[in-house]
Design a protein around this ligand. Structure first.
Ligand code: URA
Length: 245
């Protein structure tokens, strides 16, 4: 694959921009594990993209055929490309992740489901449509763990109701938590396998309490790493991906 095509596939802009980056000596290459990057001035140079690391304008970029990332979403950002009030969560990502092409168009990574503006924690993003679909599919029933802080003390009957099922205003079919564990007077861990709109907040409201703070700490077997600070992102490893399958 030509270097300019690899750069293009990773979201560094049009092929013309990518060729320009190479011609202006802005690109160096190495392979994973190597400490030295070497300059590359031929945009048409054929390279094997597997384990290739691009250094573009001094920043290392490991080549990924598909992008799978996790982000520790802070409060005060919206999971929308065109946010109405708050900044977009996508503004926390570097330009190549927002510009990755798909079928010849700038598509970028997309959030796998959404978290509310005030919800914090684990958010997955990808440019792999099948992965996004699979993770969101009700059939797959991926468990998501939410740490809920409630306004009022949690009562035992509320836990039972959440596990037995509560009716939300727009759906006569009750929704139940796959798990519900009291962690403190105002804290519960709630596990859901669906992703309805404002589901945690509406379920907690349906049992007569109110969400004060909401944090997602796990999706499937993937736990939000404690060293990933709010606002930071990282690539998912193949071991991380296996925890989601
Ligand atoms: N449920 C909610 O109510 N909000 C979220 O952000 C996620 C789940």
């Amino acid at each position: 694959m030509q270097l300019q095509d690899i750069l293009y596939s990773q979201g560094f802009g049009t092929r013309r921009i990518c060729a320009g980056l190479v011609q202006q000596n802005q690109v160096q290459i190495s392979w994973a594990g190597e400490s030295e990057a070497r300059p590359c001035t031929d945009a048409a140079q054929e390279l094997n993209p597997i384990n290739l690391v691009l250094r573009v304008q001094g920043v290392d970029w490991p080549v990924h055929e598909k992008a799978f990332i996790m982000l520790n979403k802070p409060a005060g950002v919206e999971c929308s490309q065109k946010p109405s009030v708050w900044p977009s969560v996508y503004s926390l990502l570097p330009a190549p992740l927002r510009q990755r092409p798909s079928k010849g168009k700038v598509a970028g990574v997309q959030a796998v489901g959404r978290l509310d503006q005030d919800t914090t924690g684990l958010l997955l993003l990808s440019d792999d449509g099948q992965f996004i679909h699979r993770m969101g599919s009700p059939k797959k029933q991926v468990a998501k763990l939410y740490e809920v802080t409630t306004k009022h003390p949690v009562q035992e009957p509320q836990i039972r109701q959440l596990l037995d099922g509560v009716v939300l205003d727009d759906d006569p079919k009750p929704v139940r938590a796959a798990g519900c564990m009291q962690r403190g007077m105002h804290h519960i861990d709630l596990t859901l396998t669906e992703g309805k709109y404002h589901q945690v907040k509406r379920m907690i409201a349906a049992v007569g309490n109110r969400v004060e703070a909401l944090h997602r700490s796990r999706i499937g077997g993937l736990v939000l790493p404690p060293d990933l600070a709010p606002g930071q992102w990282r690539w998912l490893s193949s071991a991380d991906l296996a925890l989601l399958s």
